[in-house]
Design a protein around this ligand. Structure first.
Ligand SMILES: Cc1cc2nc3c(=O)[nH]c(=O)nc-3n(C[C@H](O)[C@H](O)[C@H](O)COP(=O)(O)OP(=O)(O)OC[C@H]3O[C@@H](n4cnc5c(N)ncnc54)[C@H](O)[C@@H]3O)c2cc1C
Length: 369
């Protein structure tokens, strides 16, 4: 259902579903396509206080053994079976114009992030277009402060509304209270405490001053190609057209998370930040090493380190380092989570042996606890 009044727009869809339901032997979707099931899963089609405070629901969520599931694009199921899970499937969102150019959104956690990017960019609203084609849900986005091509979800976030699983109440954190940092937030740093229910975002109906952003060489070239193809000035590009350009750039190097093989969890390791001394040592050995100044030191692309260790394209059975993008580990079907993780560890060890830099895994590894 869609309703508009005085420029306010509301999208709802859950009216016919029960507020919550239980599923036994529930499959847990994940983009690595590793086998994963929960013995029992709570499905939250509604995230109102009345639903969450229902004793059965609040009790299930208060148990630290209950795992919050979502799109499964940033997890490695090291075990094929977990006991208890909960998932938010509520996808309603509303948009309120607050002045001549700002639009304030409230989006429920179960909505797909890419679906939200397309919906807002398609309305001509600027702010999320650089996040096109990132898999996963809106609710998971603040967890690791998802980001791409110079935009992080933190940049657009006004607040995050959560269910405090311990205190059994709803809380709303203003952006500054979310402690966002590179691929992290208070929600990630305090596991099993928060169930993210809704995210408040602020977008703009007018382009930013430096539109369109082309700080990344691949994006700059793709925008130039678009301009040549359409005969239009770069500055005339709509947010939806920019989202399409980003999609083209991403699909050229990342496996398609919507289906098929290989499965992946996107970038598997964080780009390490090393001390200037370590960076200088590496630069002496590899003068062409890419390096970027970052808070706390020098950021080295993890993909470059993996490639330098001679691992790009390396395949062992059903698991491999992508031959297109060394930061992506692939599952080609038939591996267990434990086998996949063993391969990932061998990549990390080999990189450390060759370069002295120890990589840190980005996705969460789910074990049976
Ligand atoms: C091909 C590919 C490309 C990717 N590209 C990028 C990229 O460019 N930038 C980037 O930042 N990431 C990227 N990722 C990683 C991933 O898309 C993001 O981390 C995404 O936010 C994960 O969303 P999800 O719904 O799949 O969460 P899941 O993977 O299911 O969960 C991730 C974590 O969040 C928790 N969680 C999920 N929902 C909630 C909730 N409502 N409340 C509390 N906790 C919750 C889970 O318990 C888990 O700990 C990529 C992944 C893939 C596979």
């Amino acid at each position: 259902m869609k309703s508009t009044s005085m420029g306010t727009e509301t999208q709802t869809g859950a009216a016919e579903r029960p507020a919550f339901e239980w599923v036994d032997d529930a499959s847990l979707p994940n983009t690595l396509r590793l086998p994963a099931k929960a013995e029992r899963m709570l499905v939250l089609n509604d995230v109102s206080e009345a639903t969450l405070a229902t004793p059965q629901v609040a009790g299930w969520l208060a148990d630290p053994d209950t795992r919050v599931a979502a799109g499964g694009s940033n997890v490695v199921f090291a075990t094929p079976r977990i006991a208890k899970a909960a998932i938010v499937t509520a996808t309603d969102w509303s948009a309120v114009p607050t002045d001549a150019s700002a639009i304030e959104l409230s989006v429920e956690a179960g909505m797909g992030l890419d679906a939200l990017v397309r919906a807002t960019a398609g309305r001509g609203w600027f702010g999320l277009e650089a996040l096109a084609e990132i898999p996963g849900t809106v609710g998971a986005a603040p967890m690791q402060n998802v980001g791409a091509y110079g935009t992080e979800i933190a940049d657009r976030t006004r607040w995050v509304e959560v269910w405090d699983r311990q205190e059994r109440r709803i809380e709303r954190f203003a952006r500054n209270a979310c402690d966002f940092s590179y691929r992290s937030s208070r929600f990630k740093r305090e596991p099993d405490r928060w169930l993210i229910l809704r995210v408040g975002l602020r977008l703009s109906a007018t382009p930013p001053a430096d539109w369109p952003p082309v700080a990344y060489p691949g994006v700059d070239k793709a925008v130039a190609d678009w301009s040549a193809r359409t005969g239009r000035a770069r500055s005339a590009m709509s947010p939806a057209e920019y989202a399409d350009v980003i999609t083209t750039v991403r699909l050229a190097k990342l496996p398609d998370w919507r289906g098929g093989w290989p499965g992946s969890a996107g970038s598997f390791f964080h780009n390490p930040i090393v001390t200037p001394e370590v960076a200088a040592r590496l630069s002496r050995r590899w003068p062409d090493m890419p390096r970027f100044d970052a808070p706390g030191g020098v950021k080295i692309p993890a993909g470059w380190l993996i490639e330098t260790a001679g691992l790009k394209g390396r395949r062992e059975g059903a698991v491999a380092v992508s031959s297109r993008h060394a930061l992506v580990l692939e599952h080609h079907g038939g591996a267990s989570g434990a086998e996949f993780l063993r391969f990932a560890e061998s990549v990390r060890d080999r990189v450390e042996d060759e370069t002295g830099v120890r990589l840190v895994v980005e996705p969460e590894c789910v074990t049976d606890r």
